[in-house]
Design a protein around this ligand. Structure first.
Ligand SMILES: C[S@@+](CC[C@H](N)C(=O)[O-])C[C@H]1O[C@@H](n2cnc3c(N)ncnc32)[C@H](O)[C@@H]1O
Length: 229
């Protein structure tokens, strides 16, 4: 049976949008079903494949949401750390893997821009951070660098970091009318903060730590995969 110990905490709280009801009902239909394809242009197939291929024995999921993509983790994952400022997301993500035998789940209730307490340097084999960075405050991705630095710190040498985030400009980024409308509405509500997030900024931020990182754009979403040297 998976272990569900009490999360380690850092005192930051999540906005009301990340409730259990929203994350269980609206989120999969609206975000994964509609927005990924029609607004953000990111491929769910690419995401599922990333979760199948890259996680290692000890995996950390940053901002796991309702845990939909964690259902695709390979059998080799035996320890799963979950880091999120929403207790509801931590609970739902743990539930998404609760049927799997022999996987230990370690929740961390905290803000991703803080130091990741309870996660030592070089302690994990892989990290994912999918569709989180565009929610974080900051005038550009450079101002959200703490997230990328923490991923680098906790990864062991040879460990892999992959992720995705919605961008608003830069080479290759196509923001269609639906995406532009959504970004405006979400920004006004404080759910998104990505007006200054560009593909150039993503490349600079990721490659500043992981020089060989592969960074691509799908629609208006930047996706990356990187290995710690
Ligand atoms: C848009 S959802 C993405 C969920 C999931 N990765 C997916 O793609 O389905 C953003 C997730 O990041 C978490 N999150 C957003 N901002 C955060 C922050 N500052 N600190 C910790 N978690 C955060 C939310 O609680 C939520 O789980």
């Amino acid at each position: 049976m998976p272990e569900h110990p009490s999360p380690t905490t850092s005192g930051h709280t999540a906005p009301g949008i990340y409730t259990r009801l929203v994350m269980r009902t609206l989120y999969p239909l609206w975000v994964h079903g509609l927005c990924h394809r029609l607004a953000w242009g990111v491929s769910n197939r690419w995401l599922r494949r990333a979760y199948r291929l890259w996680p290692g024995h000890t995996h950390l999921s940053v901002g796991p949401g309702n845990g939909t993509f964690l259902r695709h983790l390979p059998a080799g994952v035996r320890e799963l750390h979950l880091l999120d400022f929403s207790p509801h997301c931590l609970h739902l993500a743990a539930r998404a893997v609760h049927h799997r035998r022999g996987i230990a789940v370690r929740p961390h209730l905290q803000d991703v821009l803080d130091t990741w307490k309870g996660l030592d340097e070089g302690s994990v084999d892989s990290v994912d951070c999918v569709m989180v960075a565009h929610c974080l405050p900051g005038a550009s991705l450079a101002e959200k660098r703490a997230l990328f630095c923490e991923a680098y710190r906790v990864l062991r040498p040879g460990g892999r970091f992959f992720g995705a985030t919605v961008l608003t400009g830069g080479p290759g980024v196509g923001v269609n009318a639906f995406a532009r409308w959504l970004i405006g509405a979400y920004t006004r509500r404080g759910w998104f903060s990505n007006q200054g997030d560009t593909s150039t900024g993503l490349v600079e931020t990721v490659r500043g730590l992981f020089p060989d990182a592969d960074v691509q754009v799908q629609g208006c979403t930047g996706v990356w995969t990187a290995v710690k040297r």
